[in-house]
Design a binder for this molecule. Structure first.
Ligand code: ATP
Length: 516
């Protein structure tokens, strides 16, 4: 069986070969951790964004959207804490000259102990068969106990070091547990230093005193500074939310793992403004709603888990991540944070403007508390690609590579294929596309054998292939072939819109999310 790493490599190669993701400015050898989306990638990405956007603004009467500018007044980032505290602890290996995030090295170290434990459990499960009690084994097996004690010891030190911002202790953990650089294999480390992740640039000419502005590192602040504009002009009453999709920029130190960690990426964020004291109730509600959104895609409930934060950001009173099982392990895809009134109070202080909400129900003004849901489009894209990508052994001995996207997200919904390039079949195929193109992204393919054409569509995840043959000219029927089952059926041309429309509609997904 292929290792997870091989699968990931294949996925990256496939993404490029089939027009999903290209390295940025590739003809100049690319730019670190910056990527472009190709002709199929952009369709998939747009569909993911639509799935998120509509799930926010259609399903919730009290959630509306905005689209704020990337540049913001520089004081915004002072108020938000990003100028002073948006740092990563970094450490260099003196031999390989490679730079790492100290916290990531320690997290990977802990994951290794988890792996060891899991291996012991798997081995024992095989040995003992049906009567195996994994929990009991974990509580009693000496090797498992030793590994989990080590992991807990590291964990306790790590959390304390993060909370105390103790950089020397972070390094000490790396030294004590003999973490080696994966490139040089040595333990020759520099001290840990803080590194600010914001990109800055100049606005205006230097003659009139250029202003240093930042490329926003998150979209959330555009919502905070506009919340009162939206509340007043939209006559919104608390609780209400503001949703936004947009680019964010971070000068990530360790930018690896393809589109998982990029320097330019896109976020989908929703800030929900609530009455102080009710925030944890809404935090739990949004946790549940967001998990349903993920699970509705049908990749398997076991692919997701919540991971509560070890260290709460200075502004948060509750925080969790939704993690997804990527080819390189469970990783954060989305964060859900209860941010208290930190941001709004801070903007009030720095701007000197009153941005309190007047609550007509209690006849009082207050600064709302905020619960946010924040998901990266690109990480979501990667999780969809990783789950969809499958290599299937066929009965005839061949392998087919197929992207089993949920039909609602698939970049191309159908491909229409005339059996041969003559006898009026191409004309009928074109006519079918002309009828369906208003609703669905359609493709046309007349080259090579039907089998080859099916494979090409499988490789980009097209849920339906429609073949026009000589009989079609008389009976007005075509053969529709389903991507996942590869089954074919004869249907009326006039039924295509209905059949495909039902299968690719997002409505069924939304119903699952809205279910009580
Ligand atoms: P990480 O711990 O992985 O650096 P984070 O906790 O800093 O992520 P948040 O600030 O909570 O991330 O951002 C919310 C979401 O934005 C993340 O869950 C992720 O999906 C996405 N995101 C953050 N940084 C990046 C990045 N460099 N590249 C792609 N997506 C990102």
């Amino acid at each position: 069986m292929a290792s997870q790493e091989d699968v990931f490599k294949k996925l990256i190669a496939h993404s490029k070969e089939y027009g999903f993701v290209f390295p940025s400015s590739e003809i100049y050898d690319g730019l670190g951790a910056v990527y472009d989306y190709g002709q199929n990638g952009v369709e998939l990405k747009n569909n993911i964004k639509k799935y998120w956007w509509d799930s926010m603004v259609l399903l919730h009467e009290n959630v509306v959207g905005i689209d704020a500018a990337i540049f913001m007044h520089p004081t915004t980032w002072k108020a938000s804490g990003h100028v002073d505290a948006f740092n990563d602890p970094l450490i260099d290996n003196k031999d390989s000259k490679k730079r790492y995030r100290a916290d990531v090295l320690i997290e990977d170290l802990m994951a290794k102990y988890d792996e060891k434990i899991n291996k012991e459990v798997e081995k024992a499960a095989k040995r003992f068969g049906d009567s195996f009690d994994a929990e009991l084994f974990k509580q009693t097996n000496p090797r498992v106990l030793e590994n989990s004690a080590k992991k807990n010891e590291i964990h306790t030190r790590f959390v304390k070091a993060l909370n105390d911002s103790d950089l020397a202790e972070l390094k000490q953990i790396i030294v004590d547990y003999e973490v080696v650089c994966p490139i040089s294999g040595t333990k020759n480390w520099t001290d840990v230093r803080q590194f600010n992740l914001m990109f800055s640039t100049e606005m205006g000419s230097t003659a009139d005193g250029a202003l240093t502005v930042y490329l926003r590192p998150e979209t959330a602040q555009g919502i905070f500074v506009n919340y009162l504009n939206v509340q007043k002009t939209g006559r919104m009453r608390i609780p209400f939310g503001i949703a936004q999709i947009g680019k964010a920029f971070r000068n990530e130190i360790v930018a690896r793992q393809f589109i998982f960690r990029m320097r330019e990426f896109e976020q989908m964020e929703m800030q929900f403004f609530v009455k102080p004291g009710t925030e944890l109730e809404y935090f739990n509600k949004w946790k549940e709603t967001r998990m349903k959104w993920h699970k509705a895609l049908g990749f398997g409930d076991n692919k997701y888990r919540f991971h509560d934060h070890d260290k709460l950001a200075h502004y948060a009173n509750a925080a969790t991540d939704i993690e997804f099982e990527m080819p390189f392990g469970f990783k954060e895809v989305e964060g859900i944070h209860s941010r208290t009134d930190f941001d709004l109070s801070s903007h009030e202080k720095y701007s000197g403007k009153n941005i309190k909400y007047f609550d007509p129900e209690i006849n009082e003004s207050y600064t709302p508390y905020v619960v946010e849901t924040s998901i990266g489009v690109d990480r979501m894209f990667l999780s969809v690609m990783a789950s969809a990508y499958q290599e299937e052994a066929l009965e005839n001995g061949e392998t087919r590579v197929v992207l089993k996207f949920p039909s609602a997200l698939a970049p191309v919904k159908l491909c229409v294929m005339p059996l041969v390039k003559k006898d009026g079949l191409p004309e009928l195929a074109r006519q079918i596309i002309d009828d369906l193109k208003f609703d669905f992204k359609c493709a046309y393919d007349e080259k090579d054998s039907i089998g080859k054409r099916y494979r090409r569509q499988d490789a980009i995840g097209t849920p339906f292939c429609v073949t026009v043959d000589h009989d079609s000219l008389n009976d007005n029927c075509v053969t529709i072939r389903h991507r996942d089952t590869m089954q074919q059926e004869r249907v009326k041309i006039s039924d295509l819109e209905n059949i495909i429309g039902k299968a690719v509609s997002m409505k069924e997904l939304f119903k699952k999310i809205a279910e009580k």
